[in-house]
Every structure is written in C-alpha cells, then in structure tokens.
Write a protein that binds this ligand. Structure first.
Ligand SMILES: *[C@@H]1O[C@H](CO)[C@@H](O)[C@H](O)[C@H]1NC(C)=O
Ligand SMILES: *[C@@H]1O[C@H](CO)[C@@H](O)[C@H](O)[C@H]1NC(C)=O
Ligand SMILES: *[C@@H]1O[C@H](CO)[C@@H](O)[C@H](O)[C@H]1NC(C)=O
Ligand SMILES: *[C@@H]1O[C@H](CO)[C@@H](O)[C@H](O)[C@H]1NC(C)=O
Ligand SMILES: *[C@@H]1O[C@H](CO)[C@@H](O)[C@H](O)[C@H]1NC(C)=O
Ligand SMILES: *[C@@H]1O[C@H](CO)[C@@H](O)[C@H](O)[C@H]1NC(C)=O
Ligand SMILES: *[C@@H]1O[C@H](CO)[C@@H](O)[C@H](O)[C@H]1NC(C)=O
Length: 428
C-alpha cells in the first residue's frame, strides 16, 4: 500500500513537472499531527465546517413507476476548508491531487449521504472514480462519480401526460449543525450537455424533458437525540413525453373500437363473423389495458380511457344482441301478416264463391255492394302494404338497429374522445 502511494505520488510529481505546473502531493503536506478521525476545527470552539455541495448531472431519468424510484448519474462534489492541510508554508505548489481512495484513507471527509436513496453505486473503472484536490490554503475539493437510485413519490393520475418532481436529499449522518453546516455551491446543479461526445439538448433525456431544477436547504431535528441536522434538497422536475404512450396505447385502442364498428355493416345472420370481430377486439383491448397498468394503487388517465374503449366494444356486442332480437321480432311480425293475409284471402275466396252461388240463385239481387266485402278489402289493402314494407326491409337485408347504430355509435364515441381530450388539456 505504501509502495503504491509512493508510486502514485511519483506519477503525480512527474505529471506536474511535465505539465509545467507545480503540483504537490500528500507527501508535501505536513501531516505530523493530523488526525483523520477529527473534524478540521476540532481545536476551535463554536467553529463549524462549512461544506459546499454541488452536482454535475450526467444522466437522469429511468423513472420506475412500480418501485417509485428514479435514477441520477453524476459527479458529486464537496468542498470544504481543512486548515490543517494548508501547505503554503512548505511548498509553492498551486494544488495537490490525491485519488479518492488515498484521500478517504488519510484525510477527514464529510460523511454525506443521500437520504432517499434506494442504492448508490460509485463508479469504478479500473479504479474508484473519485479524486481530491487540495489547495495551499487548505481548501479541499472532492469529486466522485456516483449512480443513485432514489425514492421519488410520484403522482401518476395524469400518466402519460404527467410531470414528476423528484428530490435528492443530502444529509450528514453524524455531524449535526453545531459542528458541520452544508451549503449549495455557487452553481449547485450543472447539467452535462455532452452525453456521448455529441452535443445534446440540455433538457431532453430518454422520454423526459427536464423542466426545472431547484435547490433548497432545510433542517430538521432528529427526534431521538434532539440534534439538528441540515439537509440539502435538489428537486428535478421531469416532464414525460407522451408520444410513445399515445402511439402504443391510445391510438391502437381507439382503432380497435373503430374496427368493431364493421360489425354494423355485416348481416345479422353472420353470427360467427360479428361475434369473432367484437370478441377479438375485446381481448386485444384487455391486453392493452393490462399493459397500461403502472402501479397497483393508482388509476391513471390512460387506464380510464382504455377502460372506456372496452366499454364501447361491449356496447357493440350489446348492439349485436339487440339487432338479433329485432330480427327475430320482425320475422314474427312478417309471419303474422302473412298468416293474416292468407286468412283474408281464404275468407274472400269463400265470399266470392258464396256470392257467385247467390248470384246464380238470386240473379236479380245485386249483392256486389256488400259493406262486409268493402271492409275486408280495406284490411287486405293495409295488410298488403305492411307486407310489402317488411319485404322491402328484407330485401335490403339491413337491420333497423344496425342502421341506427352505424351513425349513432361513432357519433357518441367522437363525443367521448372529445370530452376526454378537453378534460386532459384543461388539467395540463
Ligand atoms: C510539521 O508540523 C509540526 C508541528 O505541527 C512541526 O513540528 C514540524 O516541524 C513540521 N514539519 C515540517 C517539515 O515543516
Ligand atoms: C461558544 O458559544 C457559546 C454559546 O453559543 C458561548 O457561550 C461561548 O462563549 C462560545 N465560545 C467561543 C469560544 O466563542
Ligand atoms: C461555498 O459557497 C459560497 C457561495 O455559495 C462561497 O461564498 C464560499 O466561499 C464557498 N466555500 C467554499 C469552501 O468553497
Ligand atoms: C517558494 O517561492 C519563493 C519565491 O517565489 C522561494 O523563495 C521559496 O524558496 C519557495 N519555497 C519552496 C518551498 O520552494
Ligand atoms: C247468399 O244467400 C244466402 C241465402 O239467401 C244468404 O244467407 C247469404 O248471406 C248470402 N251470402 C252473401 C255473401 O250475401
Ligand atoms: C251497387 O253496385 C252497382 C254496380 O255493381 C252500382 O251500380 C250501384 O250504384 C251500387 N249500389 C250502391 C248502393 O252502392
Ligand atoms: C266502402 O269503404 C269506403 C271507404 O273505405 C266507403 O267510403 C264506402 O261507403 C264503403 N262502401 C260500402 C258499401 O260500405
């Protein structure tokens, strides 16, 4: 370990010489009486260490609606003054560079952590990606590349037209405000604009737009030991880009509803065609609906819309049943009219026969102007009219219910979609 450190210092010194700048290492700093375990101002009463906190955001997003987490990848920076490390008097160098590992082993470092973290990973690529810069006046600046998965309380009602505000809460585990205070640095949160070497829009991330970044400070009293701790809160407001969900959920689901309307143009007699069409769409809609379920405890706008679409598909099925019933009724009516007409024709035949008989018998009597005969003719005429109407219906082969549904159902659906869009736009 010691060997490694010397090697490392040698490398640094060489680098310093090559770069033409005077650089120091921990070896150049007088650490005779340095105690890593004690705070920089342990000797001075009432003096607190002021730590400046900053973040350089490399990546943000990955909102997990199931676990209510989000992810941030960043260079986390801390800056504080440790006068014990000042090396002005021993060395003319402009700064000393120390790797993170060496620093953690040799100097005092604030014990900050992210309070709402689910887990934090510090990046290691061959070696731990962190480092410390020490300035001649004792100012220490630490930077570490970390990936944080943190808890974020999300309100998913407006999903996928929502925007979420997620916090990172930074806190010290041990040092209360009497010994250590935290502040946000001058530029507390800087957003990286060179994601993969190409210049990127600073506020667009995978599926999200970073609308706003806020930094606030807060303090609270830990109820168990009644000590006050400071916490630094960085708030990221992320707005979801809904295109993906519109293309993947809203449009396919609406198309399925439109598809079922083809059923109105199919004859009522094609039971298999109509039933299959509606039931397949129904099943596909159920799958879409299940795919839109984000979290067990909250209903989203998308779910409500897809649920409405399923209701419309069921309405088409209901319409089919009504059409079949109407068909049955019409057949019965037709049968009745036919029977009636047959009866009338039969009775007329009898009358005519009788009349013929009567005329043959009573040749002088004129019985043609029989009122009864007149009555029967009228009945016959209306019956014939009704029959021809029903026959016309039959010829068109279009159900009365279907004919109405063709216009009524799409119209009602358009109103549904219109109202939905209006409500959404109002809430946004
Ligand atoms: C380092 O500091 C101690 C006192 O803190 C002092 O006695 C010693 O001479 C210093 N060493 C150098 C090399 O300056
Ligand atoms: C430290 O603060 C306390 C109360 O705040 C005060 O009584 C005391 O004199 C202070 N000590 C110094 C060295 O300033
Ligand atoms: C911390 O930041 C403040 C401004 O926000 C600045 O005045 C102060 O010098 C900084 N402290 C350190 C140690 O950089
Ligand atoms: C620092 O530089 C001054 C002149 O700039 C020089 O006199 C002094 O010896 C140097 N000190 C060390 C430790 O190199
Ligand atoms: C035919 O004549 C008979 C006997 O006269 C009579 O009872 C009957 O009502 C007549 N029928 C018609 C249709 O007038
Ligand atoms: C009865 O019918 C004859 C022709 O068949 C007609 O000349 C006569 O006016 C009719 N009588 C009545 C009362 O309608
Ligand atoms: C036959 O019916 C018509 C109306 O349908 C009526 O005007 C006429 O008087 C009737 N004739 C007889 C003989 O009842």
């Amino acid at each position: 370990m010691e060997m490694l450190k010397i090697l490392f210092c040698l490398t640094l010194c060489c680098f310093g010489v090559i770069a033409g700048e005077v650089m120091a290492s921990l070896k150049n700093i007088n650490m005779t009486n340095y105690e890593k375990v004690s705070l920089p101002y342990i000797a001075e009463q009432n003096k607190t260490v002021d730590v400046n906190v900053s973040m350089y955001i490399l990546n943000i997003g990955n909102l997990n609606t199931q676990e209510m987490t989000f992810e941030v990848e960043m260079y986390f920076g801390m800056k504080w003054k440790d006068p014990r490390l000042a090396f002005k008097e021993y060395n003319n160098a402009s700064y000393a560079l120390v790797t993170g590992e060496t620093a953690y082993d040799n100097i005092w470092v604030p014990d900050l952590f992210i309070r709402n973290m689910k887990h934090v990973e510090s990046s290691t690529f061959l070696k731990d990606l962190s480092g410390v810069m020490i300035y001649p006046d004792g100012i220490v600046s630490l930077s570490s590349r970390i990936r944080v998965v943190a808890h974020c309380e999300m309100d998913l009602l407006m999903f996928p037209l929502d925007s979420q505000s997620c916090n990172l809460m930074i806190e010290s585990y041990l040092y209360h405000t009497d010994v250590m205070k935290m502040y946000w640095a001058e530029n507390p949160v800087v957003i990286d604009d060179r994601r993969d070497g190409r210049k990127a829009e600073i506020d667009t991330w995978n599926g999200f737009t970073l609308e706003e970044v806020k930094t606030t400070e807060d303090s609270y009293i830990y109820p168990i030991n009644k000590l006050e701790f400071k916490n630094m809160i960085a708030t990221f407001v992320l707005k979801r880009e809904p295109q993906y969900y519109i293309l993947r959920g809203f449009i396919p689901s609406s198309l399925l509803v439109c598809l079922t309307w083809a059923s109105f143009w199919l004859p009522t007699s094609s039971f298999p065609a109509r039933i299959t069409l509606v039931v397949t769409s129904f099943l596909a809609s159920i799958v879409l609906y299940q795919g839109s379920t984000l979290h067990a405890h909250q209903m989203t706008v998308m779910q409500v819309f897809l649920f409405g679409n399923i209701a419309f598909i069921l309405l088409t099925l209901l319409e089919f049943l009504l059409a079949v019933t109407a068909d049955k009724k019409r057949e019965k009516e037709l049968e009745q009219v036919n029977a009636f007409i047959n009866d009338l024709l039969k009775s007329e035949d009898i009358q005519i026969k009788e009349r013929e008989e009567n005329t043959t018998i009573y040749t002088n009597n004129n019985i043609n102007n029989n009122s009864k005969e007149n009555e029967t003719s009228v009945d016959l005429r209306t019956a014939m009219k009704e029959k021809s109407m029903l026959d016309a219906d039959n010829e068109q082969k279009v159900n009365r219910v279907d004919r109405k549904a063709r216009f009524l159902v799409p119209f009602v659906y358009c109103i549904y979609v219109g109202v939905f869009v209006a409500v959404i736009l109002q809430h946004r």
